[in-house]
Design a protein around this ligand. Structure first.
Ligand code: FRU
Length: 430
């Protein structure tokens, strides 16, 4: 079976980290607990790909080795400078380790610092001699939180300087902190931004330009929808490092399984986003966590699109008559009329009340804590569906990425039912 989705090589994985196109290869690091299929003291796993479709796992990149990160190397990002690869991440030290499982701490009592590690070649990481603390734990509550300040995303701006955005919290509101640096080594606090009524802590912020528009992705915790990744328009001003955020936030993905998206720029200059699929159980009992396919983020007519990356489309381009969802990775394309639906291996995609919905109730192993059925907001301009079906993930792109519904699934069957006016096309790998 051809794998287009990056899966955990062992144990547990969560957020994508340090996603970058560096010296002719895509590097994707990820939050990793290698010893068991559950979250614990974090490491950074590492995979590389030539084309974003086939991934090769490499050695562990980061692991705890210093007082500042002795209990975990939390999420962060990568940036290239003078041919070297710089990683920025959050080092965590537990104040109250859980006596029953010292890989975790009690009551969120841990201290956070921001660290860097510079690699000469993107493959060797000196965990003993190369780590530097660039931002010590924040002691001033007017700036940020000693514990909940994390996930540095670093980028180079038009003024030639480097900026870092961190997720944080203050006064029970989520907050973003901005730092800046001339050389990636010395960082100064520059500014912050927050918003009313949108969760108490903002994780994994990522700011970038998509064409003429500024886009912000982040993962707020504790909203009325729980912890869900969102996107919004935002404008960052280099002069005072301030950010104006749009008033409307919308979900990155309407399946509500994706979290902690991170972006980079691909070899052709496209903005590409990848995110962690939160899975309710390990498919084989041993390895849990995987990523969605890379998506190209584009802003058009006041809307943020997430489109399948052309390399993935290209990989799944051999037209086949009928797929077998129990055994095959494939893509399907169609357009739905009102009240039409199709069923792939027990997973139902349909159109009702002017929206596209996807229902995994029959293929989620009885897990009721995750959403069975998800739908897009009302659609006004077409009902085109392009779905990517793999044995544990289905990704439904509506109107070429106007909205996306992604679900973790288990036990897809061989059955395919689709009697649609527009017909349906299936594509598999060569
Ligand atoms: C998001 C997150 C990040 C943190 C990491 C720890 O899923 O909680 O904020 O850095 O995971 O694994």
């Amino acid at each position: 079976m051809s794998e287009i989705h990056l899966r955990s090589p062992r144990g547990w994985i969560n957020d994508p980290n340090g996603f970058i196109y560096y010296q002719g290869k895509y590097h994707l690091f990820y939050q990793h607990f290698p010893y068991a299929p559950r979250w614990g003291r974090m490491h950074w796993g590492h995979a590389v790909s030539e084309d974003l479709t086939d991934w090769k796992h490499l050695e562990m990149a980061l692991f705890p080795s210093k007082p500042a990160d002795c209990d975990g190397c939390f999420s962060g990002s990568a940036v290239e400078k003078d041919g070297r690869l710089w990683l920025f991440y959050t080092g965590v030290r537990y104040e109250s380790p859980d006596p029953e499982n010292t890989n975790c701490c009690l009551n969120g009592e841990f201290v956070s610092s921001q660290l860097s590690l510079c690699s000469e070649d993107g493959e060797t990481f000196d965990n003993f001699g190369g780590k530097r603390t660039v931002i010590p734990p924040i002691e001033d509550p007017a700036i940020g939180d000693l514990r909940n300040t994390r996930d540095p995303k670093v980028w180079k701006e038009s003024d030639g300087r480097y900026y870092m955005v961190l997720g944080s919290t203050a006064g029970e509101k989520g907050r973003l902190l901005f730092y800046r640096s001339d050389d990636l080594e010395r960082w100064e606090y520059a500014n912050s931004v927050s918003a009313e009524n949108y969760g108490w802590m903002w994780e994994c912020p990522d700011y970038f330009r998509a064409g003429d528009a500024g886009v912000l992705l982040f993962s707020p915790m504790g909203t009325e929808y729980g912890n869900q990744a969102v996107c919004t328009f935002a404008e960052f001003s280099v002069g005072d490092a301030s950010m104006r955020m749009g008033k409307r936030f919308r979900f990155l993905d309407y399946g509500m399984d994706l979290y902690a998206p991170q972006s980079t720029v691909d070899a052709e200059g496209r903005r590409v986003v990848i995110a962690w699929l939160r899975m309710p159980e390990a498919p084989d009992g041993r390895r849990i966590g995987m990523f969605c396919i890379p998506r190209v983020c584009e802003a058009e007519n006041g809307h943020i699109y997430f489109r399948p990356h052309p390399n993935i489309r290209g990989k799944l381009s051999r037209e086949i008559a009928a797929p077998n969802p129990a055994e095959q990775v494939f893509r399907l394309c169609t357009s739905l009329e009102e009240n039409e639906e199709l069923c792939v291996g027990g997973y139902v995609i349909g159109r009702k009340n002017g929206r596209i919905f996807a229902d995994r109730s029959a293929v989620v192993n009885g897990h009721t804590e995750v959403l069975g059925r998800s739908e897009t907001p009302p659609l006004h301009d077409g009902f085109a569906v392009e779905a990517y079906v793999d044995r544990n993930i289905v990704e439904v792109f509506v109107n070429d990425g106007e909205y996306v519904i992604t679900h973790a699934v288990y036990g897809l069957t061989e059955e395919v039912r689709a009697e649609l006016r527009a017909g349906i096309h299936y594509f598999a790998a060569q």
